[in-house]
Design a protein. Structure first.
Length: 217
């Protein structure tokens, strides 16, 4: 019997998350939007039940939730509120994902899309999204609230600090980029050949810092 799950965030990535949830044996019970503008509408055949505020003002203890938004900071805030109210954000791996028996994966909020490979001795923290066709090489640590875009390659023995965003089709080179600092963003298609400081945006091949990401971090 499938388990019911509620999806938070209604946008372009929502049907991708729907596919993943269904492929992993969940029954989608409904959706929640960030505000109440779409309450009562349908999205891909599922009802939008209310806003995040509506949800968090109700009894959610023991219910399953999937967070679909790519913004790490928004996802972190909602994740913590759900956890504090007794909700469950399960770790969900697509059936085609390859997961080493020697990997350590948080059982709380990790999402891995189709054809992703997680190699041996990796350690992945909670509330992290790993998209389709990503390779996370051996010995790598990805901390909490990160997002790894489609077809990215994270090289061996790299450490991604909390709230890192890695853009699609980017490459973080093994033995060169040892640390990607907290809150930093790697632009799509970038080739990262050295460590990245905290709270910056890097782009290009080789990737270079172009600016600070957040002024308040």
């Amino acid at each position: 019997m499938s388990k019911k799950i509620y999806l938070l965030g209604v946008g372009r990535n929502t049907p991708v998350s729907m596919d993943l949830a269904i492929d992993c044996g969940y029954e989608i019970a409904g959706l929640y939007h960030y505000n109440d503008e779409r309450t009562g509408q349908m999205d891909h055949g599922y009802p939008i039940l209310g806003s995040f505020e509506d949800l968090l003002n109700s009894d959610i203890k023991g219910l399953n939730f999937m967070l679909t938004m790519g913004d790490n900071e928004i996802r972190e805030k909602i994740f913590e509120k759900i956890m504090n109210k007794g909700g469950i954000v399960p770790t969900i791996f697509h059936p085609t994902a390859i997961l080493s028996r020697y990997a350590i994966i948080s059982d709380c909020g990790v999402i891995a899309g189709p054809y992703t490979e997680i190699q041996a001795d990796t350690n992945i923290g909670r509330n992290t999204i790993i998209s389709t066709n990503v390779v996370v090489c051996h010995g790598t640590t990805i901390k909490s609230n990160c997002f790894i875009g489609p077809k990215a390659l994270v090289g061996a023995c790299t450490k991604l600090e909390d709230n890192v965003f890695v853009g699609q089709a980017s490459t973080i080179v093994s033995g060169k980029a040892n640390v990607i600092g907290k809150y930093s963003l790697v632009g799509a298609g970038s080739l990262v050949t050295k460590s990245v400081p905290t709270n910056v945006i890097v782009v290009g091949s080789p990737a270079k810092v172009i600016k600070r990401r957040f002024e308040d971090k």
